[in-house]
Design a protein around this ligand. Structure first.
Ligand SMILES: *Cc1c(COP(=O)(O)O)cnc(C)c1O
Length: 459
């Protein structure tokens, strides 16, 4: 496996650690079926073949959607835990991993400036936001939730699940919540909760939290920060002013969602919800007849909507944070800084090229752009061709439909025959992306030439 594009050195570490794990249970008599190794090898070989049918998410030339490989630390720590398969619902199902979850989540809360909190891991940002909106509804029954047009679509859908009224707030030309539009909605009344997105999923824009906090003084709403994508960027030392000011004040919100499975180097199935006021735990109260007998300590199932939860996720996260603490100036922070630097470098390349129009400079590590053309429709078609031509050259980008207003300053006389334009989008989530910017740019350049030739050749 030497020279493989896939990391395999961690397998040796896993093997050693399995020995250490087993030694803790050495007093038990030997037991157990281990399965037919030959048959398993056959099936696993088949699985490996089946998994060829994927984009190479782990490789720097995959620069499309929000997909980032877990750190090897997370992979082997959660794999190690899978030999025990703890369940972090109740302490009876996972003592060590529940404690590790409490520690890992407390470290995330401290990263946001909270010394006390209530929070836990869950399956992802959707579930985490569901819990935050549910608590908001319990505290503000009969009121509306509002979030920006660039907020994740899950807020509208979760509001429907929770039977809460939902309204979208317009965005400004930089994809951030428009404060004047928010104030108009607040003035109309009955808004209980504002969702501020710190790092939108499509473009990475950061809502102007200081301005929203000012409005809270006047209108007294509950404030939830959806930082599922962007939360960890609080540690980055190279943010531009709007994003820096927003993250600097995140401790003032009532609840926060962040996804360790996005920028926290974890495998999927790891989201996190945090509440500033631990007393909201009362809303989770339930009577379970069969768990919770072992200890008067907090069982995480008492403060989580999901019942069974993978202890392995907590172990993976704990180990990763142990190796790469959530500190400004640390190695983990520098990974985020490199991603952001990569996005800025690619953005500069694209901006300097007359074939493209750009929206706004990236606030995090997501770049969006579109080719210039006579109309929004033609630009959209050309984006799709560039996307395909790049993929033929092993560079995997993404497409996003964005409002023409985002390109207002750069679109010139382009005909607005449709309200949105299909753009190229690149999420430069991997720290290695910084070393690959020139190669990525060279492929974008070649793909654009090919796509334009093709367009010119058409009748
Ligand atoms: C990804 C994302 C979500 C949804 O989270 P999942 O982990 O995919 O369930 C919600 N909000 C934002 C801002 C996101 O980026």
């Amino acid at each position: 496996m030497k020279g493989s594009v896939l990391e395999t050195d961690s397998l040796r570490i896993l093997d050693d650690a399995l020995g250490t794990l087993a030694s803790g249970f050495a007093s038990l008599p030997a037991a157990g079926a281990h399965g037919d190794a030959e048959a398993m090898a056959r099936v696993l070989g088949e699985v490996a073949e089946r998994l060829h049918d994927n984009f190479p998410y782990f490789h720097p030339l995959y620069a499309g959607q929000m997909l980032k490989p877990p750190h090897p630390m997370a992979r082997v720590a959660s794999a190690l835990a899978a030999w025990i398969n703890p369940n972090n619902h109740a302490l009876d199902g996972g003592r060590a991993s529940s404690q590790m979850e409490k520690e890992a989540v407390a470290a995330i809360a401290r990263m946001f400036g909270w010394d006390s909190h209530l929070g836990h891991l869950c399956s992802g940002g959707t579930m985490a936001n569901l819990e935050a909106l549910w608590i908001a509804r319990e505290l503000r029954p009969g009121t509306k939730v509002v979030a920006s047009q660039q907020a994740h679509y899950t807020h509208r859908r979760l509001s429907a699940v929770l039977a809460i009224d939902f309204e979208s707030v317009a965005c400004d030309g930089a994809g951030r919540m428009d404060i004047a539009a928010l104030e108009r909605i607040l003035a109309a009344g009955n808004v209980g909760t504002v969702v501020a997105t710190l790092g939108t999923t499509a473009v990475g824009s950061v809502d102007p939290l200081p301005r929203i906090l000012e409005l809270r003084e006047r209108y007294g709403f509950r404030l939830h920060a959806d930082a599922a994508y962007g939360g960890y960027f609080i540690l980055a030392g190279n943010l531009a002013e709007n994003a820096r000011l927003a993250f600097d004040r995140i401790a003032e919100v009532d609840s926060i969602v962040v996804d360790p499975h996005k920028h926290g180097l974890q495998p999927y199935g790891c989201g996190c919800v945090l509440f500033k006021d631990p007393s909201v735990g009362r809303f989770y109260k339930h009577d379970s007849p069969y768990t919770y007998f072992s200890s008067s300590e907090l069982h995480l199932g008492e403060i989580s909507l999901e019942c069974s939860r993978p202890g392995a996720s907590a172990v993976g996260l704990w180990a990763t944070q142990r190796l790469l603490p959530l500190e400004k100036g640390g190695e983990f922070a520098s990974m985020l800084e490199r991603s952001r630097a990569a996005a800025l470098a690619l953005f500069e390349r694209i901006r300097a090229d007359a074939r493209f129009m750009t929206a706004f400079a990236p606030e995090l590590d997501i770049v969006v752009w579109a080719p210039r053309a006579a109309s929004a429709g033609e630009a959209s078609a050309l984006s799709r061709r560039i996307f395909d031509e790049a993929a033929h050259r092993n560079l995997h980008l993404a497409l996003a439909d964005l409002p023409m207003e985002f390109f207002a300053a750069d679109a010139g006389a382009m005909t607005r025959d449709r309200p949105t334009v299909t753009c190229l989008r690149s999420v430069l989530m991997k720290p290695e992306h910084l070393d690959w910017v020139e190669r990525i740019w060279a492929i974008v350049d070649a793909a654009t030439r090919a796509a334009s030739r093709e367009a010119g050749a058409r009748p």
